[in-house]
Ligand binder design. Structure first.
Ligand code: ZN
Length: 66
């Protein structure tokens, strides 16, 4: 699957591949909660490069281009 963020096609910064697997990670950590960062309890979208497995993190979910 190919993705875009803010209208720009996302390519892997490591291998220039443009197909990714979309997943989600909870940003909540005990340290962040202790410090009172509300945004730290959000889910972040992550794109895992299908070629080299580099992970790119996004606070807003990227758009899938199909
Ligand atoms: Zn890659």
């Amino acid at each position: 699957m190919r993705y875009s963020a803010a209208g720009a096609r996302i390519t892997c910064p490591c291998c220039q591949n443009d197909t990714f697997h979309l997943d989600y990670k909870l940003l909540n950590t005990s340290g962040a909660s202790f410090l009172g960062f509300d945004w730290a309890n959000k889910n972040a979208a992550i794109l895992i490069c299908k070629r080299c497995t580099h992970i790119s993190w996004f606070m807003e979910e990227p758009t899938s281009d199909n």
